[in-house]
Each structure stands twice: as C-alpha cells, then as structure tokens.
Ligand binder design. Sequence first.
Ligand SMILES: [Zn+2]
Length: 187
Amino acid sequence: MDKSIQIQVLRSSRKTIAMRITGPNAVEIRAPRTMSQAQIDGFIQQHQAWLDKHMGIVNQREQEIAQLPPLTEMEIRALAEQALAKIPARVRYFAGLLHVTYGRITIRNQKSKWGSCSSQGNLNFNCLLMLCPPEVLDYVVVHELCHRREMNHSPRFWAEVERIDPDYKAHRQWLKDEGGKLIARMK
Ligand SMILES: [Zn+2]
C-alpha cells in the first residue's frame, strides 16, 4: 500500500470490521475492541485491490478539482443574474404544487450551501445551481420549499420531497458527486 495513506482505527463494541475511505489518502477502520493489530493488518491486505481502486478514484477527483479554473467575478455575476431570472419562477411553480407560502428569495454565491429556508420562509439559493442540470435545481427548490412543511430532515420531510420529485435521491447524489467540483471553482 502507498505509505502516505493515513489509517485511523476506531475500536468499539461492534462485532465486525469495516473500512471506508474518508478522503484523499485517508481511511477509517472500525474494528471490534478484541481484534488484534495483526488481524486488522490482515483485513487491510485482503482488501488491498478494493482500496487501491477506490482510493485512486478519490485522489483523481481531488486532483481534478484542484486544477479547475476559478470562476471570475464576471462569471459569478452572470450566474447570479441567470439565477434571479430563473429561480423565482421555479419557486412559484413548486410552492403551488406544495401549497406553501414563502418570503424573500435571495441568490447567494457561497461555498457551503445549495439552498436554505428560514423559519420565516425566506429562501436562499446558490448561484452555482445555474451550472447544475435543471432537474437538480428543481430538487433544491423542492427541498427548501418542503421545509415550509417540515423544518427538519425527518422521514415525513423526505416523503414530501419524494412526492414532488420521485427521483430526488439521484438528484441529491448528483450534488454529492459533482457539486464539490462546482463549489471548488468559487474561490
Ligand atoms: Zn434541508
């Protein structure tokens, strides 16, 4: 194994051992308290091929992200204008389907969130949504508007999201897989 990989071992009362990649060159092992270091090393060796393959994917993605050109101020402004022209109509449409009200709509250029909804019903959306597929934008709009019914991420909340966007899991996954690359361009 590449010597630069950092392995963090967390022991607990669990009965089985599991491994997951937590970032570039970082692995977390969850192991039973009773398992010896030799057993853990053996487990890692057994899964060497899996680890190399998936670590390769994670590291390559990280490299790609680092190489992307940052958005210029002008590009960000253009995205914000597009968002202002497009998002309010999507909000109006889905608010009608959900029978919910809402307050102000603000477009932000932020590195952290795709959208948010305050308890007063004011909505924020990230201008980078203009670089996402339209169905992903719609998912974020539906997600925030569903917070007008449920201010949490409970099963009831997700059921409501699914009612309007049956493919929401794929859209949420798109943001997880591809969103980081977009956010990395906001420098
Ligand atoms: Zn939410």
